[in-house]
Design a protein around this ligand. Structure first.
Ligand SMILES: Nc1ncnc2c1ncn2[C@@H]1O[C@H](COP(=O)(O)OP(=O)(O)O)[C@@H](O)[C@H]1O
Ligand SMILES: [Mg+2]
Length: 326
């Protein structure tokens, strides 16, 4: 399948009162048409910043792309003018945000916003047909009384409902690339499954590529083909989803996996979790950023690890990936 997006050596800095920090450093990945790439890592690892930088949505002036390229359909997304970016966004690329309020316009009704999407993307539809399409997609994302919701304003809906409206709007665009930033975190499990199914369905129909950001490895197993595990703004491990679960090589990936509850684990044992936290920006030192939490850390880890190829498409950034897990 064709490569849809190719991100090379992306680097993003934030300037705060405490100084200037690399929050995303030398991150590379590709998204294939019809496939889903999972961006995984604990909170603060740089997943959202990576996504926002692709769309030119970093908070300015604090956040800035300081290196890298992002080739998408012959254009470098990181080098677009504001006008070019506007055309790509919501047309070729749609994003579902963690916080839905930011993506909906408070002064227009849901129906008005949704029908505007159809007006732009499906110009062959007349007004009653647009209304039908809007009702159908609201129904598909599990919004009850869709008819009444068309006349509602965003603030009249619950958070979970707004989230579903935003998902409906993103899917209505039938984008080539969909970026989902923890889209189902606020939804209950049944709703989550329904939304994931809907995304999958559209993907199969249109060949859309998806970047799926999550800290939930259970969701990764369900929806992703490729996985990039990030830690403190850097790549830790990248592989096909099967390898990530069956042959995790980075101690951080192994830690994340052992923190998932499993049915076969006897009832009352504690879940092993990774001790410590992602270092804050001020705490970041040279060398491997995971070293202070890593069971295998050694003096070697004072040097930043370079990438090792552990399989045909299995990359790992660790000095000790060949060692047996402790
Ligand atoms: N507006 C901002 N100003 C300063 N630092 C920020 C800002 N947004 C994010 N960061 C920093 O960038 C890092 C990555 O954040 P983020 O991408 O939101 O993490 P994730 O999505 O993986 O939870 C964090 O250390 C965070 O503190
Ligand atoms: Mg985030």
């Amino acid at each position: 399948m064709a490569t849809l997006l190719s991100v090379d050596n992306l680097a993003v800095s934030f300037t705060t009162e405490a100084g200037c920090f690399r929050v995303v450093d030398d991150v590379s990945f590709t998204v294939t048409a019809g496939q889903t790439l999972g961006l995984v890592g604990e909170s603060g690892c740089g997943k959202s910043v990576t996504a926002l930088s692709l769309l030119g949505l970093l908070p300015r002036p604090a956040g800035r792309v300081v290196g890298g390229r992002a080739q998408f359909q012959g254009q470098d997304l990181l080098a677009l003018t504001a006008e070019q970016r506007y055309r790509v966004r919501g047309n070729k690329i749609a994003m579902i945000f963690q916080e839905p309020m930011t993506a909906l316009n408070p002064v227009y009704t849901i129906g008005c916003q949704l029908m505007e999407v159809y007006e732009l993307h499906r110009p062959e539809l007349n007004k009653p047909q647009r209304r039908e399409a809007a009702l159908a997609i609201l129904h598909q994302v599990g919004i009850p009384e869709a008819e009444a919701r068309l006349a509602a304003y965003p603030h009249q809906l619950s958070g979970g409902m707004r989230q579903r409206v935003m998902i409906a709007m993103a899917l209505a665009c039938e984008p080539d690339l969909l970026i989902c930033d923890e889209p189902t975190t606020a939804l209950d499990v049944t709703m989550q499954a329904q939304i994931l199914h809907l995304i999958r369905e559209l993907q199969q129909k249109t060949g859309m590529g998806v970047i799926f950001i999550t800290h939930d490895l259970g969701v990764v197993a369900q929806v992703c083909d490729q996985v990039l595990v990030m830690y403190a703004g850097r790549s830790a491990e990248q592989a096909g989803v099967f390898d990530i679960f069956e042959r995790p090589l980075h101690p951080y990936t192994q830690g994340l996996l052992s923190a998932i509850p499993r049915l076969e684990r006897p009832g009352k044992t504690m879940l092993p979790t990774i001790k410590g936290q992602v270092p804050s920006l001020e705490e970041q030192k040279a060398g491997c950023r995971f070293a202070n939490r890593c069971p295998r850390a050694s003096d070697l880890c004072e040097q930043q690890p370079v990438v090792s190829l552990a399989g045909e498409s299995h990359q790992v950034w660790c000095h000790h990936w060949r060692d047996r897990p402790s």
